[in-house]
Design a protein around this ligand. Sequence first.
Ligand code: SF4
Length: 342
Amino acid sequence: MTTQPFLSVRDLRVRFRTEDGVVRAVDGLSFDLERGRTLGIVGESGSGKSVTNLTVLGLHDPRTTEVVGEITLDGQELTTAPESVLEKLRGNKMAMIFQDSLTALSPYYTVGRQIAEPFRKHTGASRREARSRAVEMLEKVGIPHARQRVDDYPHQFSGGMRQRAMIAMALVCDPELLIADEPTTALDVTVQAQILDLLKDLQQQTGSAIVLISHDLGVVANTADELLVMYAGRAVERGPVREVLRSPRHPYTWGLLGSMPRLTSSVTEPLTPIPGTPPSLLAPPPGCPFHPRCGYVTAVADDACRTARPELPAGRGAACHLTPEQRRTVLAEQIRPRPGGE
Ligand code: SF4
């Protein structure tokens, strides 16, 4: 008997109707996630990573968005669930940590109240119980003097403390799925590492499943178990994070790695940005959507990169027409892979 994954996304397609046409923000995405595991999703802006997760939470605008495919959370189908069901699940069974705590937290209410309110709403706890839960959560995420700081307003917290408060708010009802969208982008490197460690510690305590979204491979490298690389609304590579980083298979992943600073790089070694820009999702290019930026198009026979869309195989793999032999040659030459563009 096969058991269903805790979170399962199958052939998800998300389209926005705009005045200029239909934007294919997510175009046939599938992945699974189990409890206690972290999935890192990386890609440039507009790759579909945030849209995917807002769709999981049911936070898209149904008037302008068409969602096709299946999303099941612990056996519950979400794409067809009524808003009343999603509202009960949000904050309770699934929660999100947003990128910008200054925007996500209301300046008009104390931090404690913003943590306590969802707890009261979902559990029916009294004000007193919810307040002591807020203190407990602030302690859990490492806010010193939590009993006093619970009555502070967001502007009285530093950036790192606000991010911790947002994590406390997201975790107050012990959600089983936590979606963290660029949770450390606005923070300096030291605080970034502390927040990522905190997420890992909390996951060990609660066994929650985490989706960690980032444009930065470095952020997910030490935190995620599995990695999904997205480009133009599609997954182009996936696998265990260490394997993907040790032997990446897709030229786009090579490009992301090439544009990242490394500890072993000399300060004068230039970073290599991926040439060009992501395609318009109103009219994605035919064939492989990465082909206008890829330096390996001529290595593939029959002009397939421009005419045939490569599919992502199940399990560890990449959506690319290069043969395993060609990839090995590129990597063995130890020339840091560089997409050259056309
Ligand atoms: Fe590059 Fe072709 Fe592979 Fe796409 S399919 S990534 S264009 S080599």
